[in-house]
Design a protein around this ligand. Structure first.
Ligand code: GDP
Ligand code: MN
Length: 384
């Protein structure tokens, strides 16, 4: 789960890390009032779950109240397209107004999970700010990256040296960040930029924090930070029905039981030359109602050009999958071809139900054949 910059900064502040004074604003009046209270100049920052805002006009320095007015009205309710949002952009519902900070240096500092090292890793750079991706690509020697196998203390001297900062200044910051990372089960904490201000102090000017979803059950205070407006509506809908659904950018809708089989299904779709529109593991204990909802999600998704059902029924019964499909088509007509590989428990009953309903489903004998048929079916809709 991702949270907004202002929420990330509240966690940093609780952890004892310096952040600029700031106020949340959801309308223009509140933005003006916040600017007055904080004192000009202020920075008006669009709160969306995506970076690259600075270059897209989502971070605006304002020296007068009139400028705050203009920035807030120009951002609130408008779509911001950044290098990270995709072309459809994200609508700005919330602003964060901060007292502007004088900047002497812009650094980069992050903690993340290094799966190969099986440890939290620290990444830092003296070239923080809006061009960090470019720096990483063209000057990898300017990036400091170390796994923290025994916590952060081992790397502190090298890190301080790399950043040209006293160890005594780096140690409390990195120590607090590391504790926050572990305590809250984070998958990422990124400060970009972490600035050195005109007094030589370190201040987190921007903050991105992501959490491990599988640990959220033990952090109700973090779960409360979830912003439904930032989530994919299809994923939100799926979660209500206990479906493991992740939206992707391809065009073959997938309905599979078992996460491993779902991954294999996505792989084989790519192998056959197309791309999956989603990951979906309906799980073992799935109900007819949840299967129906899953079919509605796929049939209602305008990006989906064909649907591949890959059920290897063990605990899942094939007739439940069939009944779910019959239920879904009552409200969502089969507007794209559906390819079914349905084997295992109650397979005959499942096929019988679908055939009896007269649905134009294409049957496949195995996964290889099913993927080929689904890819070919999606191509039928291509302009010739
Ligand atoms: P991002 O583009 O989404 O990563 O947004 P950031 O919060 O990182 O802001 C982008 C850039 O705006 C920063 O790298 C800074 O250069 C600049 N910026 C943001 N806040 C301030 C501020 O308080 N003072 C100054 N001088 N620059 C700022
Ligand atoms: Mn940033």
């Amino acid at each position: 789960m991702n949270i907004h910059e202002y929420q990330a900064k509240s966690l940093l502040k609780q952890a004892g890390i310096a952040v600029p004074a700031g106020c949340v604003a959801r309308d223009v009046d509140a933005a003006m009032k916040a600017a007055e209270e904080l004192g000009l100049p202020v920075v008006v920052k669009a709160q969306i779950h995506a970076g690259g805002r600075g270059k897209a006009g989502g971070v605006r320095m304002c020296r007068a109240l009139e400028e705050v007015n203009r920035a807030a009205s120009g951002l609130l309710g408008h779509v911001l397209v950044t290098a990270q949002t995709g072309s459809e952009g994200k609508t700005v519902h919330t602003l964060y107004i901060e007292r502007a900070q004088p900047i002497a240096r812009e650094l980069y500092l992050s903690l993340l999970i290094d799966r190969d090292a099986e440890a939290v890793a620290l990444v830092a750079s003296t070239d923080g700010g809006t061009d960090i991706e470019e720096v990483a690509a063209s000057h990898p020697e300017r990036i400091f990256a170390r796994p923290l196998q025994h916590g952060p203390s081992d790397v502190l001297p090298d890190l301080a040296d790399f950043l040209s900062l006293p160890v005594g200044q780096v140690e409390p910051l990195v120590g607090s960040l590391y504790r926050l990372f572990v305590d809250k089960d984070c998958s990422l904490i990124e400060l970009n930029p972490l600035i050195v201000n005109d007094q030589g102090g370190l201040v987190a000017l921007d903050a991105k924090i992501a959490f491990d979803d599988n640990a959220l059950f033990r952090h109700p205070e973090l779960e409360a930070m979830r912003d439904p407006l930032e989530e994919d509506p299809r994923e939100r809908e799926a979660r209500k029905f206990g479906l493991n659904y992740i939206a992707l950018d391809g065009r073959i809708g997938c309905m599979v039981n078992g996460a491993g089989l779902a991954m294999a299904t996505m792989d084989i779709i790519q192998l056959k030359g197309d791309r999956p529109a989603n990951f979906l593991d309906v799980g073992g204990g799935v109900t007819e109602e949840a299967v129906a909802e899953a079919f509605r999600l796929l049939l209602g998704d305008v990006h989906v050009r064909s649907i591949l059902v890959n059920i290897f029924g063990g605990i899942v019964r094939c007739d439940i999958i069939a009944r779910g499909l019959l239920e879904a088509v009552k409200t969502h007509p089969m507007r794209v071809p559906v390819v079914m590989r349905l084997v295992g428990t109650n397979e005959q009953e499942g096929r019988r139900l679908v055939k009896q309903a007269g649905l134009d489903v294409r049957w496949a004998g195995n996964l290889d054949e099913a993927a080929e048929m689904a890819v070919a079916a999606a191509r039928e809709g291509d302009p010739s």
